[in-house]
Design a protein around this ligand. Structure first.
Ligand SMILES: [Zn+2]
Length: 177
């Protein structure tokens, strides 16, 4: 048991690299134990007028409650609030951690407050959208070039009418007057 342990610290998320302040204290430290000892000692004296075995029960209750609280606070704090990455789950199963990040993103996509945040996931999302658009553009250009080639080849072979139909045609927009 440490005499005194640091409560919070500045860390970087291993997944999205966002800097964040989190609780690093995982267990009660010696200073907590001494503090609880003092408090329960005083309480025991006030309640029962001297040393009393019930004081020990009180002391144990406080320590266990404190330990549970500190541990759960630490456990909740290590999950990145920017991307939902959980290093503890990752250690056990990277796939599950990846699923959790996906899930987090899906949930947060509908949360306006998240879009105002500095989460790097937003940048990822934007990049994915851009990539998708670029891929579509490239596919369209390729299609166009292929059609042109086919057209040229076909006109050499004298089957122009068939080839012409392979030329890129804009989808006939349903024009409304
Ligand atoms: Zn993160």
């Amino acid at each position: 048991m440490k005499i005194i342990s640091r409560l919070r610290d500045e860390r970087f998320c291993a997944f999205c690299r966002s800097p964040r302040r989190l609780y690093v204290k995982k267990h009660v430290d010696l200073t907590n134990v001494l503090g609880v000892l003092l408090v329960t000692g005083a309480l025991t004296h006030v309640l029962w007028g001297g040393p009393d075995p019930r004081g020990v029960v009180l002391f144990m209750t406080f320590i266990v409650t404190g330990e549970v609280f500190i541990y759960l606070r630490w456990r909740a704090s290590i999950v990145c609030r920017m991307c939902g990455f959980d290093p503890l789950i990752y250690k056990k199963s990277p796939e599950r951690a990846a699923k959790a990040v996906n899930q987090f993103f899906k949930e947060q996509a509908e949360n306006p407050a998240f879009w105002m945040s500095k989460s790097p996931l937003l940048e990822v999302h934007r990049r994915l959208k851009e990539d998708e658009k670029r891929r579509e553009d490239v596919a369209a250009v390729r299609k166009h070039v292929a059609a042109k080639k086919a057209n040229a080849l076909a006109s050499k072979g004298g089957t122009a009418p068939i080839a012409r139909s392979a030329a890129p045609t804009r989808p006939a927009a349903t024009k409304s007057p």
